[in-house]
Design a protein around this ligand. Structure first.
Ligand code: NIG
Ligand code: FE
Length: 410
């Protein structure tokens, strides 16, 4: 049995019982902080917390690791509800092409983008992909990520998609943090099926989905609904088929264009709609009447120079938002959620309190783990973050580019 006691905590953040499943609208500004606190974790479960002056001490000191957090904050770990962390190779040549003036869409139309990553992934073995992804996950854990959703979508053949999903399954088995797997076979049409969309959709529905269910390889199903990728009707057909195999929709929509994908995904029971760099009033209305979490990805906007999602408009409409990294080699080559935190504050005008809600409670909801993650509550996961000694919580997004996390308990 492992026991950890964190004492003299400067501020215990996002603590309490009877937490809401998510914070919405103006309530996103609400962030409970207990000053001068302690937190006890047993076998990775939160068993006690409170004010230092009410701490009754420990009766059994055997096997207790005591951490003095004087001057430091303790937060629930950040949940990254949207990543593509399994990939074969970085794509800095496309980055240079963009510097020289090409857009993300122009590069993709030349055979770069997702198809570039798919060609590289075909050349790597499951073991290589696993080892490399494991290193990346450990790196993001060191910056505060304590739960992660991971998508397939760089396979685009039966063999390679299954290879990616098996890698994610292995990560789930070995990592000390929660992992959710998302099947994103509908990420792009492979060159072979460029003129034969029906053929690729049939392959997803008739060959991939039954195999995925048989091997229990995924929790969610994603589709990149966008011009030059999957149409509204194609997304609908794929999501309906996925649901028949037990997969809940969680989709890429409104990255470059408004196509009605938000309302359609919600109609099909999507847990989250992600990207939303472009959004219409009809889209906002559709989210208002749903239980779906709008998820914004500011580091993607920053990296490929597209508009930032309009977080203020969503919050002012009384909606919640979650923030995620979108870690992938094409549009977001970092999974550091402190970068996301800073960009959300600087570019989307979120307050630090709103951003922390979006990275913890609301992000846990967006990946279906809000019963066990997202807040410091009795019985929830003991994956918590201990910061460095910092003057205030706002210092984290303010002093951008530094790692303010001393340790993720896992
Ligand atoms: O979320 N937009 C679709 N998928 C990824 C990018 C994939 C890539 O370029 O490799 C995204 O930004
Ligand atoms: Fe993505």
């Amino acid at each position: 049995m492992s026991k950890i006691l964190i004492k003299n905590i400067k501020g215990l953040v996002q603590y309490g019982e009877d937490m809401p499943i998510a914070r919405v609208g103006r309530d996103m500004q609400h962030l409970p902080i207990l000053e001068n606190a302690y937190l006890a974790i047993e076998d990775n479960i939160i068993v006690a917390y409170g004010a230092m002056n009410e701490w009754e001490g420990i009766t059994d000191w055997r096997n207790v690791e005591v951490i003095d957090a004087d001057g430091k904050y303790v937060l629930p770990a950040f949940c990254d509800s949207h990543t593509h962390i399994v990939f074969a190779k970085s794509r800095e040549e496309e980055f240079v092409d963009r510097i020289k003036g090409l857009t993300y869409e122009e590069i993709a139309l030349k055979g770069g983008g997702i198809l570039n990553s798919a060609r590289r992934l075909a050349e790597k073995s499951e073991d290589e992909l696993f080892e490399e992804a494991l290193i990346r996950v450990k790196k993001v854990m060191a910056t505060g990520t304590g739960a992660i959703e991971i998508k397939s979508g760089y396979g685009l053949t039966v063999e390679a998609e299954i290879k990616m999903l098996r890698v994610i399954k292995r990560l789930k088995e070995v990592l000390p943090i929660a992992v959710k797997a998302t099947f994103l076979g509908a990420h792009a049409f492979p060159t072979k099926f460029k003129e034969n969309h029906r053929g690729y959709i049939d392959l997803i529905i008739n060959e991939l989905l039954p195999k995925i269910e048989e091997e229990q390889l995924a929790d969610y199903i994603d589709v990149f609904c966008e011009r030059n990728y999957f149409s509204l009707e194609e997304m609908e057909e794929i999501l309906i088929a996925g649901k028949k195999h037990g997969l809940i929709p969680k989709v890429h929509v409104n990255q470059f264009s408004v196509m009605g994908g938000i309302a359609k995904a919600i109609e099909l029971g999507a847990l989250s709609v992600d990207h939303l760099e472009e959004i219409s009033d009809e889209d906002i209305d559709a989210i208002k009447h749903s239980e779906c979490m709008p998820t914004l990805l500011p580091s993607c906007s920053h990296f490929i120079s597209i508009p930032f999602g309009n977080a203020r408009k969503l919050i002012e409409a009384g909606l919640p938002i979650a923030l995620a990294s979108d870690f992938n080699p094409g549009t977001t080559p970092t999974g550091n959620l402190q970068v996301v935190f800073s960009l959300a504050c600087i570019k989307m005008k979120l307050t630090p309190e709103e951003a922390i809600n979006a990275l913890t409670l609301n992000a846990a909801y967006a990946m279906g783990i809000n019963e066990t993650h997202g807040s410091i509550s009795l019985g929830k996961s003991g994956n918590v973050i201990i910061t460095n000694e910092i003057p205030s919580l706002a210092y984290i997004p303010y002093a951008f580019g530094e790692n303010h996390i001393e340790r993720l308990i896992s």
